[in-house]
Design a protein around this ligand. Structure first.
Ligand code: ADP
Ligand code: MG
Length: 139
């Protein structure tokens, strides 16, 4: 599925829709350059799950957990991971194969660890279509 958004709010709303439908054990992989809108999408997703506390990019912690919503949300940002083995150190399997929902920013950096049935969401800019334009592809 492809969707175009023309404002941050629309990307947020798409995340919110998916968060509202998310089910236990699902993994959402987010890909896209710095500033693409992965965190904006995640903020919407969190709201869709019923999380009201602010969600930011866990810049120096790879993982941020939110227990407040309908399901636990495990928000990963693996941008700073130098080697996938660092994921072992945080015990990622407990989260990937747990009862919550995982959302992974920069998931392609740890692609080898991502289960087959994960959903991939790619966010791309296109300068020709304006500063706030994004093309979002959902696999
Ligand atoms: P990432 O997490 O991918 O690095 P962020 O979500 O932190 O990116 O930032 C995206 C930035 O792009 C925000 O400043 C946001 O306001 C801006 N933006 C502009 N248009 C859009 C859009 N259509 N969708 C999402 N973000 C947008
Ligand atoms: Mg981010």
């Amino acid at each position: 599925m492809k969707k175009e958004t023309f404002h941050e709010q629309e990307t947020f709303a798409l995340g919110q829709q998916l968060g509202a439908c998310a089910r236990e054990g699902e993994i959402y992989c987010l890909d896209g350059d710095l500033g693409a809108g992965k965190t904006v999408f995640t903020q919407g997703f969190a709201q869709g799950l019923g999380i009201t506390e602010p969600v930011s990019s866990p810049t120096f912690t790879i993982l941020q957990q939110y227990e407040e919503g309908r399901l636990p949300l495990y928000h990963f940002d693996v941008y700073r991971i130098a080697d996938p083995s660092e994921m072992d150190e945080i015990g990622y399997e407990e989260y990937f194969y747990g009862a919550g929902v995982c959302l992974i920013e920069w998931a392609s950096l740890i692609e080898e660890l991502v289960p087959e049935d994960a959903r991939w969401i790619r966010i791309e800019k296109n300068p020709e279509k304006g500063f706030d334009y994004r093309r979002i592809t959902l696999e």
